[in-house]
Design a protein around this ligand. Structure first.
Ligand code: GUE
Length: 304
């Protein structure tokens, strides 16, 4: 018996360590970046556009920049005031589209309400769309026999976590909770491409727990703490928790702590494996962004 499991207690799920897996991937990327630089003298570059001063967005952008530096990827940043005109954002996107040192362009979401997200995402060259949010890339994700140039980072991170944890996807029943453009919907499409049988559960679904209970693989991307209870899960299910929810906690120095959508304590007694929050999908998102940026540079420079 595994000495780390408390004896006589209920079954305890394996913790899928996203931070560790992401670190491994980042090391692989750093090695590839250096091999490419040595061979052809080209260095991948990522441009990030941040509008407004949301604290969470600023933190994510800072983490992305640090991760780029550590992997040897150049990073470029534009910060605009909350009340900037949409045309200003479009102008910067156009400049990055034309800049040969930039291989990936990311416009941090959400954008201020006065901007039209669709217009902005449409403006990013599909060749540099490392977020995978351009409608053409998303459309190709939904079609059989077509391949997008880039797949959205968070869903791609979920699949990569499953793969590197040895979880078989093909033939399994997967339930995705949430249908957002940036996580739920692309996650469902990706799982389907991996030959899972996929159901999407959303805010209008009746008795979601009955549907979730049939899943071998559950991906939750809702943004509501403790929504998925242990009783919703089939024994032995694999749970990927994409939610990042701040809940008040006076004992934390920041005054809040981060939790997922899934009641972790309960889930770890029923599931066979579960991702923690923090330290699960979040770090994988950033690793996949670096991976997409490297892949873009390789494609543009025709380097294998
Ligand atoms: N154009 C665009 N692309 C994105 O990929 C994008 C975005 N907009 N807007 C916001 C969401 C959110 N997101 C996260 C990235 C890293 C962590 C992450 O590293 N989380 C750490 C902890 C972070 C902390 O402690 O605050 C973890 O879960 O362990 C989380 C969330 C990317 N997003």
């Amino acid at each position: 018996m595994d000495a780390s499991q408390p004896s006589g207690a209920e079954a305890s799920a394996k913790v899928i360590d996203g931070k560790l897996v992401a670190q491994q991937i980042r090391e692989e990327i750093a090695a590839e970046v250096s091999r490419m630089k040595d061979a052809i003298g080209a260095v991948p570059g990522l441009a990030v556009i941040l509008v407004g001063d949301r604290k969470d967005s600023a933190t994510y952008v800072r983490n992305k920049k640090k991760a780029c530096e550590a992997a040897g990827i150049n990073s470029f940043e534009v910060r605009l005031q909350e009340d900037s005109a949409e045309a200003e954002v479009l102008k910067h996107i156009a400049a990055f589209n034309d800049d040969p040192a930039v291989h990936g362009i990311l416009v941090q979401l959400p954008l201020p309400k006065h901007m039209n997200e669709e217009n902005v995402l449409n403006a990013v060259s599909i060749e540099k769309d490392v977020d995978g949010f351009h409608p053409l890339n998303i459309g190709r994700l939904a079609m059989r026999g077509r391949d997008p140039l880039f797949v959205p980072c968070t869903p791609k991170g979920c699949i990569e976590l499953l793969r590197r944890s040895g979880v078989q996807i093909s033939g399994k029943r997967a339930v995705v909770i949430g249908r957002s453009n940036i996580v739920g919907m692309p996650a469902a499409l990706l799982l389907q491409r991996e030959d899972a049988t996929v159901t999407i559960v959303h805010s209008r679904t009746k008795n979601p727990e009955e549907i979730v209970k049939q899943a071998d693989i559950v991906v939750s991307a809702v943004g509501q703490s403790n929504m998925v209870r242990g009783s919703w899960l089939k024994p032995g299910a694999v749970v990927i928790d994409v939610g990042i929810n701040a809940v008040e906690d006076a004992s934390c120095s920041r005054g809040y702590k981060l939790v997922g959508d899934v009641c972790y304590e309960e889930a770890s007694k029923v599931a066979s494996a579960v991702t923690p929050v923090p330290g699960g999908v979040g770090p994988m998102t950033i690793a996949m962004l670096l991976s997409n940026t490297l892949a873009s540079a390789k494609r543009i420079h025709n380097f294998q």
